[in-house]
Design a protein around this ligand. Structure first.
Ligand SMILES: Cc1ncc(COP(=O)(O)O)c(C=O)c1O
Length: 468
């Protein structure tokens, strides 16, 4: 352990705590950044340093880090009881209210809500329901699931199998058999010379159909996609992409699963990301923004055909053999209900559109004065800025330069928390951010970008020729 004071919180963390999505060796070298508290869109570390949390934690705290109403809603729910469940015909009263509210908002007609506790559980639940759907209709061999390169759907074994990110598979022998991946709709890098976005979308749909035909349409249950890829680098599909893809899927009786774990609840400037990108899912997975992550709660919204399949499968009295102890937890339901109430009161969609436009326009203006910004993309308050070696030719930086990681480290020094996904800098701030917060993010971004450019000039200068 390098330079960590014995018995300090940092040293104890390194000894006792295994971190998610963190390199263990490097963690032992650098130690943790320990956060102590939050206030609105800011968080403070144990030394009192303030950071603008421009990632809402993990794309999740839509209402910021210190919402008193959510705290009060949890406290009031705990006053009634600390737990009740939804197995064997029982349920907490408040969970019914939440289900009703979600169904009222649902982008899927005539839906029902199923509750779980994490995004991974919600995406995996959709897979099981897809299997039930096809089995009930006499097609039990329709089992395979198609995900996409650079998709992220969670960390449990099926959810990770659906991811299209090598780090989610590498050590684990994943994906499981029967989990396939098609292209990511990244038009910025994916279009061929002279190819329009429309032709690119058509090509992706044709490739998907070729894969389905090669595998056998009778073996494929569902396709899963985030409306806008989050962890894969904030990839916005070109217009018409989902219409083309869905026409292929419907032709082969393949369900469309929407992963709204990040995009749901206003993030993209509509209640759901599918509405922003013209996707028409049969089921959606919800989490994060559902409770602003003040309680671990997630949900699946399933439409009438899936409900009918479930009824058909269980008509002789069998149970729906699925459930998590904390499905529909009353405290989570109360917090989520209050979260939804606040979204309605603040006009979350209108607010996100206004703040998102301010952020995107501001980032584009900064980009115009920089030689290393290739693209500013995104919708609502989900924006990615891709740094490239040559914006004219869209040539990426040499990965060894680790430009995204450099930006991340310098931003942190400056008091700005972003997410570097390769060389794409992600912004996904709490949805309550106001104009002053956006302007603070823009100032800190511009300062950091200038520092990155200066460092790159140093590496390219004669003294640093090795990097050329
Ligand atoms: C799009 C998407 N789906 C699913 C998940 C998994 O959610 P959880 O970590 O709650 O299991 C995530 C997590 O970041 C996500 O970004």
């Amino acid at each position: 352990m390098a330079n960590l004071k014995p018995n300090s919180a940092e040293a104890r963390d390194v000894l006792f705590h295994l971190h998610s999505q963190t390199n263990p060796g490097r963690h032992a070298e650098v130690g943790p950044l320990i956060m102590a508290r939050g206030e609105g869109v800011h968080v403070f570390d144990i030394n009192g340093k303030r950071y603008l949390e421009a990632m809402a934690g993990l794309w999740c705290t839509s209402l910021g880090f210190s919402n008193a109403r959510l705290k009060a809603a949890a406290a009031a729910a705990y006053d009634k009881f600390g737990f009740y469940h939804s197995f064997n015909h029982k349920t907490p009263d408040v969970t019914i209210d939440l289900a009703e509210q979600l169904v009222a908002l649902s982008p899927i007609p005539d839906a029902q809500a199923y509750f779980a506790t994490s995004g991974s559980e919600a995406t995996e639940t959709m897979v099981k329901l897809a299997w039930v759907y096809h089995a009930a209709r006499g097609h039990p061999a329709k089992r395979k699931i198609i995900g996409r390169d650079r998709g992220f759907h969670g960390s449990t074994i099926v959810a990770a199998s659906m991811c299209g990110l090598p780090r989610m598979h590498r050590e684990y022998g994943l994906p499981l058999p029967g989990f396939l991946h098609t292209h990511c709709p990244d038009a910025y890098h994916g279009t061929l010379p002279g190819e329009t976005d429309e032709a690119f979308s058509n090509r992706l749909a044709a490739d998907l159909e070729a894969m389905i035909l090669a595998e056998g349409p009778d073996t494929i249950a569902a396709f899963i996609a985030e409306p806008i890829n989050a962890g894969g680098g904030i990839v916005v599909p070109p217009e018409g992409y989902f219409a083309g893809i869905e026409a292929v899927l419907r032709r082969h009786d393949i369900l469309v699963l929407g992963d709204e774990v990040v995009c749901g609840f206003g993030r993209t400037g509509n209640w759901f990301g599918c509405q922003t990108v013209g996707m028409q899912p049969d089921m959606v997975a919800l989490a994060k923004g559902l409770s602003s992550s003040y309680f671990p709660i997630s949900a699946v919204l399933l439409g009438r055909p899936i409900r009918d399949a479930l009824a058909q499968m269980n008509k002789a009295g069998e149970l729906f053999g699925h459930g998590f102890t904390n499905s529909g937890h009353p405290v989570g339901a109360a917090v989520a209900l209050e979260t939804l109430r606040i979204y309605h009161e603040m006009d979350v969609v209108g607010h996100v559109r206004a703040m998102g436009a301010r952020l995107k326009t501001g980032l584009a203006a900064i980009a115009a004065g920089s030689g290393i910004v290739g693209q500013v993309r995104g919708e609502g308050l989900m924006i990615g800025v891709e740094l490239v070696a040559d914006p004219l030719t869209r040539t990426a930086f040499d990965p060894d330069l680790k430009v995204g990681a450099l930006f991340d480290a310098l931003a942190l020094d400056n008091g700005l928390i972003i997410r570097a996904m390769g060389d794409t800098i992600g912004f996904c701030p709490p949805l309550i951010i106001d104009a002053a917060g956006i302007d603070e993010a823009l100032d800190l971004f511009a300062r950091t970008l200038g520092q990155v450019e200066a460092k790159l000039r140093e590496t390219r200068s004669p003294a640093g020729q090795a990097a050329e």
